[in-house]
Design a protein around this ligand. Sequence first.
Ligand SMILES: NC(=O)c1ccc[n+]([C@@H]2O[C@H](COP(=O)([O-])OP(=O)(O)OC[C@H]3O[C@@H](n4cnc5c(N)ncnc54)[C@H](OP(=O)(O)O)[C@@H]3O)[C@@H](O)[C@H]2O)c1
Length: 420
Amino acid sequence: MSKVLVIGCGGVASVAIRKCCQVSEIFTDLCIASRTKEKCDRLAQALQGKTATHITTAQVDADDVAQLIALIRDYRPDLVMNIALPYQDLTVMDACLACGVDYLDTANYEPENTDDPAFRAVYEKRCREKGFSALFDYSWQWAYRKKFEEAGLTAILGCGFDPGVTQAYCAYARKHEFDRIDTIDILDCNGGDHGYPFATNFNPEVNLREVSAPGSYWENGHWVEVPPMSIRREYTFDGVGPKDMYLLHHEEIESLAENFPEVKRIRFFMTFGQSYLTHMKCLENVGMLSTTPVRFEGRDIVPIKFLKALLPDPASLGPRTHGKTNIGCIFTGVKDGKEKSYSIYNVCDHQECYREVESQAISYTTGVPAMCGALMLLTGKWKTPGVHTVEELDPDPFLDALDRYGLPRRENRAPVLVDA
Ligand SMILES: NC(=O)c1ccc[n+]([C@@H]2O[C@H](COP(=O)([O-])OP(=O)(O)OC[C@H]3O[C@@H](n4cnc5c(N)ncnc54)[C@H](OP(=O)(O)O)[C@@H]3O)[C@@H](O)[C@H]2O)c1
């Protein structure tokens, strides 16, 4: 028996909600609350008669802590799942603290307005001190550690696939496969084709900010930053075949570097097709990825927001997307005095996801771990006061839940290494 409040009703939230509704013995009551209530109502309507979970809906502006507090006090959930945008992480955490409720999200904080002078000052200091210049980092949410601990509340950060499952894979490798891990390569391959020359698989604003940033990786205790898309490798993925992949900065490298200090190198690679890269470069060159408002015919327009309005809604890609994703980690290290390598990953089929939850695999591979993370919290397996990333928690029940609810693991004890 539990009551869960889900904030957001976009591509990822819709999958998480549909999956929660498949486990109604735990998720007995669900409130879907988002900026546009009609989307919540439409989803609640679609699920009517198909689940024993009792669903209600609400309108909320999650940028407004007072509105969130009023909603949480009214609904009295056991857990708030923040599956809106990373911009809302801090306001939702503040509201959870004020109301004494556990918290879970799928992406770490970044501000909507990156020109805000208060953000800029902290950001520029962090770039200098830490040595990577992505707009997002964990410092904002790690600053809540003591507050959550003292309140006896649990906050789980980044419980999607990457971040999320990839860190559970790291925790699993450390627990069962290695005495010492030396290197971790996280590989995110989307072999899906939606037939559009250019579209993003999740929120375009958040996606394009991430992909157009300089790449960076962790090596021998410090960050190494490189120009965007300047490190390319070809890799052959199980279920997909050969793909070009590029080194990116990614949020889980930061928390893994802190929680796995013994690891010598941690990198993240994502696959991109040439069409995606050419479009992105062109859009960047003409200023369409900018978050700084421009004056146009008497009103301010934020270029990347305007671009978002032009691009296909990621939630609409489901029926058109064919092919598979393959996301996972390759490790090298030592077990029982012997050098070894090992990989653990999931292969997910876009069309199978669509048949099950009317969504493509990117939203599926994020929404299912969010549901499984919530399941871990609600059943007490991950109830640990404080603010935690997934590698800090027991990977075993979480990976078992993923196996059961749609993202089964595959293992390879002789994987091809990225630099082979
Ligand atoms: N960890 C991972 O593996 C992973 C992978 C992909 C995505 N993600 C994360 O998943 C999250 C959701 O992505 P998505 O693709 O589902 O995005 P999306 O389709 O754009 O959905 C975002 C939802 O949040 C709502 N929202 C936005 N601002 C709000 C506000 N101020 N108050 C209330 N609701 C608000 C939107 O409402 P409207 O309908 O009114 O716009 C929409 O329902 C993002 O944080 C993304 O970074 C994580």
